[in-house]
Design a protein around this ligand. Structure first.
Ligand code: SAM
Ligand code: SF4
Ligand code: FES
Length: 357
């Protein structure tokens, strides 16, 4: 099969086989990529118009019990500066964000035992009570189904948990033995089952990744059908064992964004900070390749640099107001605009009215 036929197949049936995905990723030419990009952009415009959803990212803890080999926050990184934000500090970030037009707050952190279910539920309830018109997204790593349920009933709306890679062997080369792909996937199915708008995702260009493992990632996305999918290039961190590895390809990342847009036309797809770090116009390109979400940073500037997942992370010295101004300008420059909206996942019913979940 020719690459162009595979693109048509994905557009028309929203899926391809593993060999077809792998072949397309490996052999797509620049001309074909432009065809794919246009189809993805058209699909995104049909669903979301030229409106880009913004999420305010609050990186509330740099403490992590895990030891993922790629991440600067891994527990064995003795050079990492560890901090925790109090509930008051988190609420203050929300206050700043609300005034700047944010209606979704994303609380992201390492797997930090300090934030027990009780502590986290109290934080979520306080945000929802102070800002009832806002959505709360959590990204706190793996927890039990009971814990996820408590967070959901406390009012959290969405949960981001990238599966990182869908290939068992590859997963084993990125994580220590005590972590398992099986548990990661089970967490994702549990989150969906509970009713969270759920986000999966993966890094592009992580060490030992192949076109086949990426094809496997696409098949997993098709199986899970998450409401969100976060992908960004792998970027090495100087204090990890992958410090000398190459960073992921921006072109491949953009190709995957377009494929995912065609696979799930209504999916919420961020143009990630890692994409903006790997390429100074990465987030703008992400939107032109089908992304419809950006996540500017609302964390206190004093701690920004300490949430160091990878080297040279952008937006570490900028106040939230500067970041959103910069982001608005970037988005305007490509003919899009930011919306003040919760930006929920919408399912299309037969009568084609949007129904929020
Ligand atoms: N601890 C939670 C978890 O792992 O799900 C949430 C925070 S974690 C830092 C968020 C994401 O950062 C991970 O899912 C991973 O894909 C990404 N990340 C970590 N290290 C990275 C690196 N070196 N390059 C690019 N992305 C990275
Ligand atoms: Fe911890 Fe998440 Fe980093 Fe893994 S990716 S070390 S779980 S913060
Ligand atoms: Fe953060 Fe440009 S988007 S400074």
């Amino acid at each position: 099969m020719k690459t162009i036929d595979i693109i048509d197949k994905i557009e028309n049936t929203h899926i391809a086989s593993k060999p077809e995905f792998a072949y397309l990723l490996q052999y797509i030419t620049d001309e074909e990529l432009e065809i794919l990009r246009k189809k993805a952009q058209k699909t995104s415009l049909e669903h979301f118009g030229n409106k880009i959803y913004i999420r305010g990212l609050i990186e509330f803890s740099s403490v992590c019990k895990n030891d993922c080999y790629y991440c600067g926050l891994r527990r064995s990184n003795k050079n990492a500066v560890r901090y925790r934000l109090s509930k008051e500090q988190i609420l203050s970030c929300c206050n700043t964000g609300y005034k700047l037009g944010f209606r979704t707050f994303v609380l992201q952190g390492g797997e930090d035992a300090y934030y027990t279910d009780d502590v986290m539920c109290d934080i979520v309830k306080s945000i929802k009570s102070d800002y009832p018109d806002c959505a709360v997204t959590l990204s706190l790593g793996e927890r039990s189904k009971e814990s996820f349920k408590k967070l959901f009933y406390a009012g959290a709306d969405r949960y981001l948990l990238r599966h990182e890679t869908s290939d068992e062997r590859h997963y084993g080369r990125l994580h220590p033995e005590e972590m398992s792909l099986e548990n990661r996937k089970q967490c994702l199915f549990n989150l969906k089952d509970i009713g969270f708008q759920t986000g999966a995702g993966f890094m592009v260009g992580s060490p030992y990744q192949t076109y086949e493992t990426l094809a496997e990632d696409l098949l997993f996305i098709n199986e899970l059908k998450p409401q969100m999918c976060g992908i960004g290039p792998f970027i090495p961190h100087k204090d990890t064992k992958f410090k000398n590895e190459k960073k992921g390809s921006v072109r491949l990342c953009l190709t995957l964004l377009s494929i995912i847009r065609l696979m799930q036309p209504d999916i919420l797809l961020p143009a990630t900070t890692a994409l903006g770090t790997a390429d100074s116009k990465g987030r703008e390109k992400g939107i032109l390749y089908g992304a419809n979400v950006v996540m500017p940073n609302l964390s206190p500037v004093a701690h920004r640099a300490d949430y160091s997942l990878y080297d040279n992370k952008i937006c570490t010295g900028d106040e939230a107001a500067e970041c959103i101004k910069c982001m608005s300008g970037r988005i305007k420059s490509i003919g899009y605009e930011i919306v003040t909206d919760r930006g929920d996942y919408k399912i299309r019913k037969k009568d084609d009215k949007n129904v929020q979940i």
